[in-house]
Design a protein around this ligand. Structure first.
Ligand code: TRP
Ligand code: ZN
Length: 466
């Protein structure tokens, strides 16, 4: 194992001491896992040296005092020998950390919770970390001014985690590249309901409180985890193919949401026809008046809407279940892969439901007559200028234009093959822009996509012809 000379000298004494005390082999010593994954836009997000397989979150929340008490049991596999590793967590008082049942030392600096286990972890070893924490969760403000993290509502709260807000409610490897299964149990007072991802496994009553246990078996990125606490009107039913649906709506928004939510089964069926089999074991929606957040989010299984959704937004967030939630970007620069598909899904929905054709929508956007005018040309979809721009118009509309250019080049049959094949090839995984361009090229061997990539995906400014 390579180690610079200075570091060797610095650790030599402690190696000798450790060998003397424990009689261990002394040959290999772990190093800290690292405080970030060098994401091009969020370098501190996520951590090195391990891969999470399961999060077990046991949370209690009291809306009156805005106080959250949490125990996170994280199961992970070391990807190298580790003397220490980081989790991402912001706010809270950390009350204790154990690794494999033994008290671990920990330290906090910014969003990094550094854990130093009693015994070093060996590469390939599966280990359990328990973090006990409590306090008032924070609402975070992103580079673009939008709010995420923990967002209070009039009767509870909603957690939204894109791109880096999950660290405001549980300790995690907060980066889309590390997907895991989840069990989320939330205890809330009185008549309140706690809604989360996956399937509701149990509701247990304990005095004046109820605990809702939600299970997510399919891999989920941390930014897609959610919990919504409040007074909700809940409807549960099944799609024709048996997929369970769980919809929770703020009573004040019930009336206004009804006509659009009634179309959820129809939209799901349309999406399966177009994108292939639904990748998850349940679906639904959460509609709640979220203070300070005016955007919808494609939280896994059931997207969150901050007000009564319109049909286009419901189509968009459900399309994300295939593109974003099941096929997840490798890093935040690949964001356009999410938003291009979800936006193009809206264009396709209109085309299939008596609206303008996707070609007509494309032409209007090209002329600057789309919702975002000429802002569509601010930067190339695959190269947002900064972290503040990852949810701007080029990522959405111009990203959708890239997909439309591919469709023009290969024709409808091959295009739908590509769309469904892409969703299948990376189902429950991660993919990058380079993975996408090479996939398209492989599926249409006779075609030259060079100009589409150069002008539409990576090029600055408006291409000279539509
Ligand atoms: N992904 C959300 C949507 O399309 C929008 C969004 C919310 C977003 N928060 C974000 C995009 C943060 C990028 C970063 O439907
Ligand atoms: Zn979106």
């Amino acid at each position: 194992m390579y180690r610079p000379a200075q570091a060797v000298r610095a650790v030599a004494a402690s190696v000798l001491l450790a060998v003397a005390l424990s009689g261990c082999d002394g040959g290999v010593q772990g190093e800290p896992g690292g405080s970030g994954l060098r994401d091009p836009y969020f370098p501190k997000a996520g951590n090195g040296g391990y891969d999470v397989t399961h999060y077990g979150l046991t949370l209690g929340y009291e809306p009156a005092g805005r106080r959250l008490t949490g125990t996170a049991v994280i199961t992970a596999r070391a990807t190298r020998d580790l003397s220490a590793f980081d989790l991402d967590l912001t706010g809270f008082e950390v009350r204790g950390v154990t690794v494999e049942g033994r008290d671990a030392r920990f330290n906090r600096a910014g969003q990094e919770l550094t854990v130093r286990p009693h015994d070093e972890l060996r590469k390939g070893e599966t280990f359990g970390v328990t973090v006990r924490y409590s306090g008032t969760p924070r609402t975070l403000t992103d580079a673009d001014g939008s709010k995420e993290g923990w967002l209070p509502t009039s009767d509870g709260a909603v957690a939204l985690g894109e791109p880096v807000g999950s660290m405001a409610w549980f300790p995690s490897n907060d980066h889309p590249s590390d997907k895991a299964a989840y069990d989320i149990s939330v205890t809330v007072p009185g008549k309140l309901t706690a809604v989360s991802n996956g399937e509701l496994k149990s509701v247990t009553v304990n005095g004046s409180r109820r605990t809702f246990h939600w299970h997510t078996a399919e891999p989920m990125a941390s930014y897609l985890a959610t919990v919504a606490i409040g007074d909700f009107q809940v409807s549960r039913y099944e799609l024709e193919n048996g997929t369970p649906v769980y919809v929770a709506v703020d009573p004040a928004l019930a009336e206004a949401s009804k006509p659009v939510l009634a179309r959820l089964p129809e939209i799901m069926e349309w999406a399966e026809d177009n994108f292939g089999p639904y990748p998850f074991s349940s679906t639904g929606a959460i509609v709640d008046r979220v203070q300070g957040a005016d955007y919808a989010l494609e939280t896994q299984n059931r997207p969150v809407f901050p007000s009564a959704p319109d049909t286009g937004t419901l189509v968009h967030e459900l399309a994300h279940q295939w593109f974003g939630d099941s096929v997840t970007p490798k890093n935040w620069r690949d964001m356009w892969l999410n938003e291009a598909f979800a936006t193009y899904a809206e264009w396709l929905w209109k085309e299939d439901n008596d609206g303008p054709s996707a070609q007509e929508t494309f032409d209007a956007v090209y002329r600057g007559q789309g919702d975002n005018g000429m802002a569509v040309w601010d930067f190339p979809p695959a190269r947002p200028s900064s972290a503040a721009d990852i949810s701007d118009a080029p990522v959405y509309d111009r990203g959708a234009m890239v997909l439309h250019k591919i469709r023009q080049k290969v024709g409808d049959d091959a295009f739908y093959d590509i769309v469904q094949g892409w969703a299948a090839a990376h189902r429950h995984g991660n993919a990058s822009t380079a993975d996408f361009t090479s996939y398209v090229e492989k599926k249409a061997p006779g075609k030259d996509f060079g100009e589409i990539w150069k002008d539409w995906l990576y090029g600055e400014g408006r291409p000279t012809s539509p």
